[in-house]
Ligand binder design. Structure first.
Ligand code: FRU
Length: 540
């Protein structure tokens, strides 16, 4: 461990109760030692008497792991660091152009190899997903200062292909109004907000601020492709606590409604999603409310596959349940629902704005990264489509085509017995990154599947129509076949069934009492198709 105490230029008080120290920022990162065994206390960065950041941290002189602050925005400034907790750890803080643990970064034992995860700290919901000038922006609920939820901020990563991500500094820090909860981002091409400059439309983020008293809707904009943000001095835009007699008003999802030439905001208020409209992104008018949802709205229009003139609107909630219906710019009218196409670790999924020809979703993967200095991950980007089914029109989701670049063919077999198929897979038992597509035929079985070290990747009961814990009925209800496209990463499993009709994801956990490896099971089933690809890491 490098102690660059010299760069810390201590110039303050150090006592057991509260302490401060002053630094001149000369390096990119301030590295901070933390431990989950330590209680949380408030830390503040101040410059010229102004608070730049205020957050809670479990600073520890016996660090379990290290986190960091990206200080590039403060380069050359003198920053006073105040800490209200145990001061003994303050002397360990150091500046460097590398984060502590940089040498093993992205190679940690449980680091997802081809799913997005953050360098350090906690992530939950994807936020502000927007495509702009060749870059996909993924903002996300983030606690930079420990592996658990706290200090909600908008983390930020960019990608040219939705596969390889570069993490940028935190985009939105908590401020005097509160912490930064979920929201969305749009490009204001017509400069309706007035925040843009000639040929430089503003990227506008609409987000919820949470404080002990209420949740209010706020705005920030960026003129440099999301790198730096200005919070609107007129915040908050919406404060609807009194109307709903509830603090639960959050997660604005904004898009341009071309037929009406106005902006639409779907906002979760208490028991459902409300619709607000605006012509300038700043002043919003309440229009309607659809009950039956909680948190993280999404609302979008899709054509029905094969019927370009038949379009439907989808209203979506954090639990990944949705309704299908119509929308006139002010009111959503449900026609069917609620349905689901995905279950397991997925939560609070969001789709990109500003992509015309595809509706691409990324979900938060609630996958514990045990013992790691980071937590959770994002699931693979998937393309959503509406397709006619035996039950009516339904959403399907399949990994975007960009995912294919990760995988190299490693074998293909047909009409295998279970034991032969196990043999083919044996050499991949411990692979970190793997894709397996298989069609099983259950001719003499009522339940069957595939396990890996005792964990059931496919667990299909045709009698109860249960697939890994949820009801699933194939398109042909007499079908004896099931096709599963399985994506294994170090700590996760994602499975897409029958061309995306249904999908699920969960933590990958090898049962150490079992040394079987891959094992098909069921009464004498046939492994009709089996195809394997080995995967690559997305990290340098
Ligand atoms: C969903 C959620 C959102 C909220 C955010 C806070 O997971 O509860 O409703 O904005 O997380 O982190």
């Amino acid at each position: 461990m490098k102690l660059l105490l010299t760069t810390l230029a201590c110039a303050g008080t150090l006592s057991a109760a509260a302490a401060d120290t002053t630094i001149t920022v000369t390096k990119r990162y301030l590295n901070l030692p933390v431990s989950q065994q330590q209680g949380r206390s408030v830390m503040m960065y101040e410059s010229n008497g102004k608070t730049l950041q205020r957050f809670k941290i479990r600073l520890s002189a016996k660090p379990e792991y290290w986190v960091f602050s990206d200080m590039s925005a403060y380069r050359g400034k003198r920053i006073r660091i105040r800490y209200e907790g145990d001061a003994s750890a303050l002397r360990l803080l150091y500046q460097d152009d590398r984060i502590t643990g940089q040498d093993s970064l992205y190679r940690e034992q449980r680091r997802p190899q081809y799913h997005f995860s953050t360098r350090r700290g906690w992530i939950n919901d994807p936020n502000g997903m927007v495509f702009y000038e060749g870059e996909y922006h993924l903002f996300y609920q983030h606690n930079p200062f420990e592996r658990e939820w706290e200090n909600m901020s908008w983390g930020h990563a960019v990608s040219k292909d939705m596969i390889h991500w570069e993490e940028l500094p935190v985009a939105l820090h908590p401020d005097e109004l509160g912490t930064m909860f979920s929201g969305s981002a749009v490009i204001d091409y017509d400069n309706t907000s007035g925040f843009g400059k000639p040929r430089k439309p503003a990227m506008v983020a609409l987000y919820t601020v949470d404080n002990p008293d209420r949740q209010i809707q706020c705005l920030a904009y960026s003129l440099d492709k999301g790198r730096t943000w200005t919070k609107y001095p007129g915040n908050p835009l919406i404060d609807s606590k009194d109307k709903w007699n509830s603090k639960d008003t959050r997660d604005p999802r904004v898009f341009w409604y071309a037929p009406g030439k106005h902006w639409v905001m779907a906002l979760n208020e208490r028991d459902g999603h409300s619709i607000y409209t605006s012509t300038n992104l700043k002043e919003w008018t309440y229009q309607s409310h659809t009950t039956g949802f909680w948190e993280c709205p999404d609302l979008f229009e899709l054509s029905v596959a094969g019927k370009p003139n038949e379009k439907k609107w989808v209203m979506y909630g954090a639990s990944n349940t949705y309704m299908i219906g119509s929308f006139d710019g002010k009111k959503f009218t449900p026609e069917s629902g609620k349905h689901y196409f995905s279950s397991g670790s997925i939560y609070a999924a969001q789709t990109f704005s500003n992509i015309a020809d595809r509706r691409i979703q990324i979900g938060w993967g609630r996958i514990a990264q045990r013992g790691m200095p980071f937590n959770n991950m994002m699931l693979l980007p998937t393309e959503l489509t509406l397709r006619p089914t035996k039950d009516g029109i339904r959403l399907f989701s399949e990994p975007v085509k960009e995912v294919n670049q990760l995988f190299t063919p490693a074998g293909k077999w047909s009409n295998q017995t279970m034991r032969d198929a196990d043999q083919q897979l044996a050499k991949f038992n411990n692979a970190d990154a793997l894709r397996i597509r298989t069609t099983i035929k259950l001719s003499h079985a009522t339940d069957a599947g595939l396990s890996l070290f005792g964990q059931r990747l496919i667990n299909y009961d045709m009698n109860f129509n249960m697939l890994n814990g949820m009801f699933y009925s194939p398109q042909d209800p007499t079908s004896m076949e099931l096709t599963a496209d399985i994506y294994l990463d170090r700590s996760s499993v994602e499975v897409f069934i029958d061309g995306g009709a249904y999908s699920y994801s969960f933590e990958r956990r090898a049962d150490d009492r079992n040394n079987e490896g891959f094992r098909f099971w069921g009464n004498n089933i046939t492994v009709k198709e089996l195809e394997v690809w080995t995967g690559k890491s997305i990290w340098p």
